[in-house]
Design a protein around this ligand. Structure first.
Ligand code: CMP
Length: 143
């Protein structure tokens, strides 16, 4: 499974702007299979643990406030070389630096309110998928 899955979060800003559908359409058009998905509001504890690598950074508290401000959509996406291909589809973290046609260029408001999260490595993808989904909640095309 390593290399074939990535985790995405459609963040509160994109959800409240009614961008769930358009973002999922971009994901499907790019050939990703959605093997798990849920809509819910992160608790403070979940957000702090998920983003624990950024603890101590200047934007950490604001990021946690934002990520808990409303519901998110969390999904596992499958495709060969999923992490790299999804990062290309979403574009740079800062939407002002993202390429035309990328999800962040189209739907993000700022570096913090940047529409979606995508795992940054195969190793983290496995950890992040396990953070949100049990094995029985997944419908993989690869197993
Ligand atoms: P994400 O891919 O979810 O991973 C960590 C998030 O922290 C990132 O997207 C941004 O939303 C946010 N982030 C990263 N750098 C900054 C920054 N310099 N200022 C504000 N938010 C940031």
């Amino acid at each position: 499974m390593a290399g074939k899955q990535t985790l995405t979060i459609i963040k509160p800003g994109a959800v409240s702007n009614e961008y769930i559908g358009p973002i999922l359409a971009k994901i499907n058009s790019a050939g990703f299979h959605i093997s798990a998905m849920k809509l819910f509001r992160l608790t403070r504890n979940q957000a702090q643990n998920f983003y624990s690598i950024h603890k101590g950074k200047i934007f950490f508290n604001s990021l946690i406030e934002f990520m808990t401000s409303g519901p998110v959509v969390v999904a596992i996406l499958e495709k060969e070389n999923a992490v790299q291909k999804y990062r290309k589809l979403i574009g740079a973290t800062d939407p002002s630096k993202a390429e035309e046609g990328t999800i962040r260029k189209m739907f993000a408001e700022s570096i913090e309110r940047n529409a979606v999260h995508g795992s940054d490595s195969d190793e983290n993808a496995i950890l992040e998928c396990d953070f949100f989904f049990s094995k029985s909640e997944r419908y993989s095309i690869f197993e």
